[in-house]
Design a protein around this ligand. Structure first.
Ligand SMILES: Nc1ncnc2c1ncn2[C@@H]1O[C@H](COP(=O)(O)OP(=O)(O)O)[C@@H](O)[C@H]1O
Ligand SMILES: [Mg+2]
Length: 444
């Protein structure tokens, strides 16, 4: 603290005395110190004045007509607007002044009349100094409280950030091991698949050549040996020749489907890519749909889910395909979960859900102005109540039973879209009608 603080500077002192001569003498004495003086000639007006003028100190005569000094002091102390203002009692030597009571009801000191100017000023100064220090202490405490609060906030923010990055780490670790697994499987399938597909061409050609050859044989030797006729009957040669093209085409379809799945697995995982690349969003959605295809099929609760694709012409998007596919996976899996839950709810309420058509509508678009693509996933399940909508992007928030929901899907997805791709992700939902998730990603 500075030594040369003038405690009288900028201070206001209220003097209360019902004797005008006393008032005058006292105020003249104090006025030299440089502080502002207010006066009151009775208790009631002193209380009023103290309330609006907020003096730094009150000099209060004890013996006054009307309410006396003690009562006035008591009222000041009972009023929150004036209770902190220090009160020094003024008392005549002849008065029977009860010092103890005066201090008990909140007075800080007393001055006896007739007084010595130096003593009055010294006592006032002590009180002003005390008040100044108390105020400083309070201000410092407030500042300290504020600092503590700020630090606490900073720390909890840091903690949150840490938690989030830890979560992201766990998730990306999980993702990359899942990605590795998927890529591994795709590779393992792809190898034998390629020689099956390659050789299938040959076997197909060989078979038709053999059949042609048989038919040529039959043409030139219409009456073969009895053993040959019997064997032809035994193996149902006619039927066999008729069926063979169908079998071939069915195998062909199966092979095409496996190839499709295998390449989807590869598109989905894309773990070979550690930086952003130009990616076909539709390819990502389609490969995710293929991986989820078993969940789209009908089940015990509901009919098959119809996936309606409203694809627009999209430019390639610079992104991490593995992460973007993960977002599509989370949103589609949530929509399927919701459709399952909705159907189960209807069944639980013994309502017929036979004619309910479960749909997931995927709409994509390109915004020329914003230079961003939008992908909208919309389901026609039960929707999300408003009070739940506020929380769905929070980590660990789930309405699903233990073991089923982790509450991480949407928070991770939002992080991927907003933090890794500078995009945005929003949820719109009408209760009883369905839910939409709108993802926007800038193209570059
Ligand atoms: N399509 C949707 N329809 C209804 N509710 C949804 C949908 N998508 C998400 N939700 C709600 O958001 C919550 C959080 O989703 P998510 O973060 O993916 O975690 P989880 O699926 O593990 O519960 C879900 O538990 C569900 O209540
Ligand atoms: Mg989920």
């Amino acid at each position: 603290m500075k030594k040369d603080i003038d405690f009288f500077e900028n201070t206001t002192i209220l003097i209360v005395d019902d004797n005008p001569t006393n008032l005058k003498v006292l105020s003249n004495a104090i006025a030299h110190s440089g502080c502002e003086i207010l006066v009151s000639i009775d208790g009631e007006s002193a209380i009023e004045q103290a309330q609006y003028a907020q003096p730094d100190l009150i000099l209060l005569d004890v013996m006054m007509s009307g309410i006396d000094g003690f009562q006035t002091c008591q009222k000041l102390k009972n009023n929150s607007a004036t209770q902190d203002i220090p009160v020094i009692f003024l008392t005549a030597l002849s008065d029977k002044f009860d010092k103890v009571q005066g201090l008990l009801i909140g007075g800080v000191d007393y001055i006896t009349k007739p007084f010595q100017v130096e003593e009055v000023l010294a006592r006032i100064q002590v009180q002003l100094k005390l008040r100044y220090l108390t105020k400083q202490l309070e201000a410092q405490n407030r500042h300290l409280d504020q600092r503590v609060e700020e630090r606490t906030k900073e720390l909890s923010q840091a903690l949150n950030k840490l938690k989030q990055s830890q979560l992201q780490l766990i998730q990306s670790e999980k993702l990359s091991s899942l990605g590795q697994l998927v890529a591994g499987i795709a590779h393992e399938i792809n190898n034998p698949l390629s020689f099956i597909v390659g050789n299938f061409e040959f076997i197909n050609n060989y078979l038709s050549a053999l059949i042609n050859h048989l038919q040529l044989y039959h043409q030139h030797y219409p009456n073969p040996n009895i053993d040959i006729v019997e064997n032809a009957n035994f193996i149902e040669l006619e039927q066999l020749i008729q069926d063979t093209p169908h079998i071939i085409s069915s195998i062909n379809t199966g092979l095409a489907r496996i190839s499709n799945i295998s390449s989807s697995l590869r598109t989905f995982s894309r773990i070979d890519i550690s930086n952003k690349i130009l990616f076909d969003i539709h390819e990502g959605i389609d490969s995710t749909l293929i991986i989820l295809s078993h969940r789209l099929k009908y089940n015990q609760q509901r009919s098959q889910i119809e996936v309606i694709k409203n694809y627009s012409n999209l430019p390639l998007v610079e992104c991490y395909p593995e992460q973007i596919n993960q977002v599509f996976m989370n949103l589609l899996a949530n929509a399927i979960d919701a459709l399952d839950e909705n159907s189960q709810n209807l069944l639980d309420r013994k309502l017929n859900n036979n004619n309910m058509i479960n749909t997931i509508t995927i709409t994509t678009g390109f915004n020329e102005d914003k230079k961003s693509v939008s992908i909208n996933f919309k389901d026609n399940a039960m929707g999300v109540p408003l009070e739940i909508q506020e929380h769905i992007f929070e980590q660990f928030f789930t309405t699903k039973p233990r073991g089923k929901g982790t509450g991480l899907g949407l928070s991770i997805s939002r992080q991927i879209i907003e933090e890794k791709h500078n995009g945005s992700m929003k949820c719109f939902s009408v209760l009883g009608e369905g839910t939409e998730f709108l993802v926007e990603i800038p193209v570059k």
